[in-house]
Write a protein that binds this ligand. Structure first.
Ligand code: F6R
Ligand code: MG
Ligand code: MG
Length: 382
């Protein structure tokens, strides 16, 4: 159906001329174990998206994977949270699940937490980051995709990129960035959100961003004109399902250049391999290692956690790219450092801070062990 005749069933229909960039992802089956993606699943996704492009629902698309996560990168004019777009992605993930089942891939349909689609893919298992904007004269964007970690993993790089002049020279030099950025932060425990303005409220902001298992950056806006600069997927699968089910393996979209951080400033935010949660069984801290797509295949102790960066120029919604940024040798030192940190953390075995704190184990073994040992903990005399 042509764009003009189609009506969005829900979601925020963008203003005329706005393009929407949606990245929707799910783990629908691993190959081998939870390591990477079977090519047959990539083909299922390609076919599904090609059909959507032919019907003019999509302007353009790319299929990617980071580890065992299937990533649908899409441009369209339906706006964010469009039911039609989300349903199409859901159907592709269901088709991928069926293929994974046929091939007996590992944990087929892992992230598909609902039996059927209902209105919006959020809350059903897959992760989703999307933004609408009027395409600039030239629109360079970067899509970051991570595996074996959780959405809070982007807090530190996002702060560096949009809040820290030691990372982003543009905050000092470029007049249109000099006013700073606003961070929209979610509290995933209380289900609340707060907008904090940087640099004025930087110290308040860091109180929350520094606790990434609970507070996560949802989006970042340029203060001079309110333009969106970044948005991340912020669904936490373990909390959503009320118990631990896999992890979130988040995606992040950043617009770059001409009043946004330069491509190199956005990438620089990942030059320090900081500790994130989500390694082995979603229960360990490890360094986030930036890698090229060909190395997006976690192995050692199912990790260490990793992130890839695909750069695109938008061309009236068409995706020119990707450029596989972290393949660059200038990230070799980061990887070397990440591997040293990985080795150091591994030596802690089941001890914190390699293993996540007990509060996170509420979703896994802790309740069973507590039950089993009930009555064995004797009160001590004061
Ligand atoms: C999955 C992951 C893995 C698994 C681990 C155990 O994304 O991070 O580390 O948690 O391989 O998997 P199961 O419980 O499926 O045997
Ligand atoms: Mg998996
Ligand atoms: Mg994964």
């Amino acid at each position: 159906m042509p764009q003009s005749k189609r009506k969005a069933k829900s979601g925020t229909k963008p203003k005329e001329k706005e393009i929407t960039l949606s990245v929707i992802k799910a783990d629908v089956g691993g190959f081998v174990g939870h390591a990477t993606m079977h090519p047959a699943l990539m083909k299922v996704a390609e076919r599904g998206l090609q059909t959507a492009k032919k019907s003019k629902l999509l302007v353009d698309f790319r299929v990617a994977h980071c580890g065992d996560d299937l990533e649908l990168i899409m441009t369209h004019r339906e706006g964010v949270e469009s039911e039609e777009i989300h349903k199409m992605a859901w159907d592709i993930f269901m088709a991928g699940t069926r293929k994974a089942q046929q091939l007996k891939l590992y944990a087929a349909g892992q992230d598909m937490l609902a039996d059927s689609f209902s209105g919006n893919i959020k809350g059903l298992g897959p992760g989703c980051a999307e933004m609408s904007f009027v395409e600039r004269k030239s629109e360079p964007v970067i899509i970051f995709m991570a595996d074996k970690t959780s959405p809070g993993a982007y807090n530190l790089p996002l702060f560096r990129i949009f809040g820290d002049p030691f990372n982003t020279a543009g905050l000092v030099i470029d007049p249109s960035m000099h006013g700073g950025f606003t961070f929209l932060v979610l509290d995933v425990l209380e289900n609340t959100e707060v907008r904090l303005s940087c640099p004025e409220e930087m110290y308040d902001l860091l109180v929350f961003l520094g606790a990434p298992s609970r507070y996560m950056v949802h989006s970042v806006y340029r203060k001079s004109d309110g333009e969106i600069g970044a948005t991340a997927s912020t669904q936490r699968l373990n909390l959503m399902a009320g118990r631990y089910v896999g992890k979130d393996d988040p995606v992040l979209i950043i617009r770059t250049q001409s009043g946004f951080p330069a491509v190199g400033e956005a990438l620089e935010g990942f030059a320090f391999p900081h500790l994130v949660e989500g390694w082995m069984r979603g229960s360990h801290h490890g360094p986030l290692m930036p890698v090229s797509s060909k190395d997006a295949q976690p192995t050692r102790f199912d990790g260490p956690p990793r992130v890839i960066a695909h750069g695109f120029q938008l061309n009236n919604g068409s995706l020119e790219g990707p450029v596989d940024f972290f393949g660059d040798p200038s990230f070799d030192l980061t990887r070397q450092k990440a591997n040293e940190i990985a080795e150091y953390m591994r030596r802690h075995g089941p001890f914190e801070p390699h293993r996540l704190p007990l509060s996170e184990m509420e979703y896994t073994t802790l309740p069973q062990v507590k039950n089993k040992l009930e009555g064995r903990f004797k009160k001590l005399q004061d």
